[in-house]
Design a protein around this ligand. Structure first.
Ligand SMILES: [Ca+2]
Ligand SMILES: [Ca+2]
Ligand SMILES: [Ca+2]
Ligand SMILES: [Ca+2]
Length: 528
């Protein structure tokens, strides 16, 4: 069984619940249309390229899901060297992507707005795009600069750097209606800000350009333990079912020749389907606390007969070792079902403060409130959590979170888990898990504890504008929780307070919208 998954990518960002209304919702169209704020056309700018039902994997969280938790240095005992801006007085920053922004009259060329740390009030620094500030290329229609963003210290100088994906960039003439080749720009930090810029593309992996969507997902992590972050780039459109490029291993240049990992890589050894979307989501984590991170790779379109049930592969590139997980893997809760989208988003954090990273896997297509499989863009949503151990990631004590056991109410259009982030919001050194449910316009915060990891105690449901798909991207930075509503161009910042134990830290009363912009830009599609 094969499902068409052309990857128009960004269109679905906000439209996920919208697109499917027309074509996919078989049983009760009336109830579907009744959902306020999610009726077709209420999310400006979201629908255009959204071929109905075409791109379930392209949940906004699918890209940024790679980013939250992708800078592991923020976790105690986690991979060293990854705290951006920690040394030299380099300014810390937050990157907010608007991949559909019009630049120099070019629609959807895309831009990324830099802000100072949320700790200091998220002051705007500048807006980046191609063709300025040393960034190569020119803004062109449909480039989608900002398809993904990831902070990391890629050259190991102690200053935070920023990688920006441009997944729909073409080398040479644009092919109408085709997915892009893709490029990634790396902006290196300095005490004066992000200055030097370099770029990588698939030719750095020894390949010719194809409709790879190189840069649709990004992550940073110190895979070899030498103190700098490697850059990990997803190319989910790569021929054969997708691929992942790793740059900077073993003191190699972060923009030199990289290593390509695909399902066909000998030591990965997985079946390939063109619509598997291997590399659609990425995260890094040091699951066994040996000072070297592994890569978690989402392939939400994979699943063989159970199309788009999804597969997550944990890769240890140093040891040339890979292990695949699905909901049918022993110890993983749930069951493999068509259109679950297991692995559409990924995030790592240390939920039990044992110094080992743990992995959250978004399953936004999971059905909870009904056994009915509604269609590929639907789902109440769930998050599977696997914990780190001395032997690496383990399925022992694994968890599955849905709104049926949390403060929210599961509904078939919520897509709980379509975005993920981690961070210590209550100041007790363990990470909280932040889960976006953009179809509901909500974000759920689940507290970590030293006594057993995540707990439902005091779990918090934050609600925002559903028409803007509040919760499409989430980020913990500078002691604040940032929540994007790309469909309305809003960024909301939520304050936190220290309260040790099973508390979410985030304080709903402090939430304020810090920016409202043009919804057509998909401002906030990705955060880092
Ligand atoms: Ca650096
Ligand atoms: Ca390294
Ligand atoms: Ca842990
Ligand atoms: Ca905590």
């Amino acid at each position: 069984m094969s499902v068409s998954r052309t990857s128009a990518l960004l269109a679905v960002a906000v439209a996920t619940p919208v697109v499917a209304f027309a074509s996919l919702l078989a049983p009760s169209p009336a109830s579907a249309v009744a959902v306020p704020g999610t009726a077709p056309g209420t999310v400006p700018g979201a629908v255009p390229a959204a071929v109905p039902g075409a791109v379930p994997g392209a949940v906004p969280g699918a890209v940024p899901g790679a980013v939250p938790g992708a800078v592991p240095g923020a976790v105690p005992g986690a991979v060293p060297g990854a705290v951006p801006g920690a040394a030299k007085g380099c300014p810390s920053f937050v990157a907010v992507a608007s991949p559909y922004a019009t630049v120099n009259g070019k629609a959807r060329a895309g831009s990324v707005t830099l802000y100072g740390s949320a700790r200091n009030g998220l002051k705007p620094v500048k807006t980046l795009h191609q063709g300025a500030d040393g960034i190569g290329g020119a803004p062109e229609v449909n480039d989608s600069f900002g398809s993904a963003v990831a902070r990391g210290d890629f050259n190991g100088d102690g200053c935070g750097d920023l990688a920006i994906g441009v997944s729909e960039e073409f080398f040479g003439a644009r092919v109408l209606d085709a997915d892009g080749h893709g490029v990634v720009h790396i902006l290196f930090g300095s005490p004066g800000g992000l200055t030097t810029v370099r770029s990588v593309d698939v030719t750095h992996l020894g390949r010719r350009h194809g409709t790879d969507r190189f840069g649709a997902a990004l992550a940073a992590g110190d895979l070899d333990g030498d103190g700098d972050d490697e850059l990990i780039v997803g190319a989910p459109g790569m021929k054969g079912g997708g691929g992942v490029g790793v740059f900077g291993m073993s003191r190699r240049s972060p923009y030199g020749t990289g290593t390509l990992i695909t399902q066909a890589t000998k030591w990965v050894h997985q079946g390939q389907g063109q619509t598997d979307l291997f590399g659609e989501a990425l995260a890094t984590g040091d699951f066994n606390r040996d000072g070297k991170a592994e890569i978690a790779i989402g392939a939400p379109g994979d699943g063989g007969e159970k199309a788009s049930s999804g597969v997550v592969t944990i890769v240890d590139l140093r040891k040339r070792h890979a292990k695949a997980y699905t909901q049918n893997t022993g110890g993983v809760l749930g069951a493999v079902e068509k259109w679950d989208d297991f692995g559409a988003t990924l995030a790592t954090g240390d939920f039990n403060a044992d110094g080992r990273d743990d992995l959250a896997i978004g399953v936004p297509g999971e059905d909870v409130s009904s056994k009915l499989t509604r269609g590929m863009d639907y789902g109440d949503g769930a998050v599977n959590v696997l914990y780190g151990s001395a032997g690496g990631l383990t399925t022992a004590r694994s968890e599955m979170w849905t709104q049926s056991i949390l403060a929210g109410t599961p509904r078939y259009y919520d897509r709980f888990g379509a975005s993920l982030a981690t961070g210590d919001l209550n100041g007790d050194k363990d990470d909280e898990l932040i889960v976006g449910a953009p179809g509901e316009g909500a974000v759920q915060v689940i507290a970590g504890t030293r006594t057993g990891g995540l707990t439902r105690n005091h779990n918090l449901l934050l609600t925002g504008d559903r028409t803007g798909a509040f919760g499409s991207a989430v980020l913990a930075e500078g002691g604040k929780l940032l929540v994007a509503s790309p469909g309305s161009g809003r960024l909301t910042v939520v304050g936190t307070k220290v309260k040790k134990g099973s508390y979410p830290g985030a304080v709903p009363g402090t939430a304020r919208v810090v920016r409202t912009g043009d919804p057509d830009d998909l401002y906030g599609y990705a955060l880092s």
